[in-house]
Design a protein. Structure first.
Length: 242
């Protein structure tokens, strides 16, 4: 599986992040990105697998439904191996994917948990905006409930498009802009210190995915999420990072 890794693992973007004063009103875009990533690297300790497998509130039902939907779509639209799970967390989706699968996450703690939950997967600490894989490495990329946490979703999606082989599919989801997310603070497991969580409408996510061909896009149960399958287009210039 390691043969599709770049010879120089481009992980510089997730190392040595400085702490940013949370009270500053004049952050630059770069400062904000570093602060957000600092949280997801060093602070977040949320085990999606544990919350899903052991009922801990309504969020357990939400994660179970998300897992079921994404796995169904992967079975239907997956274009073979290898599959890369970008932002795999502790392995909620990853553990159920077919052989020849790689999970990556920016959080070392999450990756260690994923080693237990998904022992057959290859696991790598990496930033979704700076992925250390060669061009056209993956037949399918899974990226669920990740884009809303990324400071530059456009960069992450461009990296994913770069990874996909011709005709490869991105299977993912993002939270939909519904009032129900206002009750997220009532969750018994939600990390309330989380600094960054975007909500999207259909028009917005279609705009972010304009470099892909839409295969499937639908609001999920209770309209909490937008679930999508997007195929890589071949008529748009792509910058190689191999």
């Amino acid at each position: 599986m390691r043969d599709f890794l770049c010879s120089s693992k481009r992980l510089g973007g997730i190392i040595g992040l400085s702490i940013v004063n949370s009270h500053s009103r004049n952050w630059s875009k770069g400062d904000r990105a570093r602060s957000v990533k600092k949280y997801y690297i060093d602070v977040e300790r949320y085990d999606w697998v544990s919350v899903t497998d052991h009922f801990k509130g309504v969020e357990s039902l939400f994660h179970r439904n998300r897992m079921r939907v994404i796995l169904d779509l992967t079975q239907k639209y997956g274009e073979g191996s290898p599959i890369i799970d970008v932002g795999c967390g502790t392995g909620l989706i990853l553990r159920n994917l077919p052989p020849l699968v790689v999970g990556l996450d920016i959080n070392p703690w999450a990756i260690e948990r994923a080693r237990t939950h998904a022992p057959n997967a290859d696991l790598i600490i990496a930033d979704a905006e700076n992925i250390p894989f060669k061009d056209s490495s993956a037949s399918t990329v899974v990226c669920t409930e990740v884009i809303e946490h990324v400071p530059s979703p456009e960069s992450a999606l461009e990296e994913i498009r770069r990874l996909l082989k011709p005709g490869g599919n991105l299977i993912g989801s993002v939270p939909h802009g519904t009032f129900l997310w206002k009750f997220r603070i009532l969750s018994s497991t939600c990390p309330h210190s989380e600094p960054f969580h975007n909500l999207y409408g259909l028009k917005e996510i279609k705009g972010l995915l304009e470099a892909f061909e839409t295969v499937y896009m639908k609001r999920s149960t209770l309209r909490l999420n937008i679930v999508f399958v997007s195929k890589k287009k071949e008529n748009i210039t792509q910058i190689s990072k191999a």
